[in-house]
Design a protein around this ligand. Sequence first.
Ligand code: GTB
Length: 218
Amino acid sequence: MTLTITAFERSPDGGKGLARDTRVRWALEEVGQSYAVRLVSFSSMKEPAHRALNPFGQIPTYEDADLTLFESGSIVLHIAETYGGLLPTDANARARAITWMFAAVSTVEPPILEFSYARLFEAKESWFEQRLPLVVGRVHARLHDLASSLGDADWLDGPFSAGDLMMVHVLQRLKPSGLLNEHRTLSAYVARAEARPAYQRAFAAQLAVNAGLPSMAA
Ligand code: GTB
């Protein structure tokens, strides 16, 4: 069986690469592993056949031989551990790179998602204008700390790793809002990662599916 992932049949971002299949595509491109993509509609994601792959009825999923995975972070970690090139060989450096993967999804991504959801789903609420600065403040606090840790380095800890891949994809979610531009070194960090040929291939592959669709990304 060809290694197969799932992605939106029509991504709500209209091809900006913000849906989480892009981080999986990117990891596969970085390690040079070919893959197939099964496109799924919002309704088919909730059908038993897809829930057998992901109990939450979401994308992305990963199938290879007798292994099925969901959760983009877990999938990227599995790719990095299986194919090499995205994690250092030194045990301590490897543990630190994995720590950055967790930091991306459990420390940096939550306030970014809260901001994104507020703009998408709460904009008509009477309390939206009052709440938004609090939400934005929580994003900036995380970005400030992340920028301090990155400093003038190219990547978070030594060479580019799966930790950078996950972090950059999390930060990209802020691009439609312009919030990232207030953190010059983080914008440059994202741009550096986006210049990688593997990212370019992953982005182009998802764009080929989603180009021309209207964007709902906030
Ligand atoms: N924690 C899981 C993971 O990392 O894999 C979260 C997976 C997830 O949120 N999947 C989303 C999904 O399947 C797609 S990526 N949603 C459909 C559903 O829940 O019914 C999230 C996403 C969606 C849209 C945009 N966008 O338009 O900008 C960005 C990100």
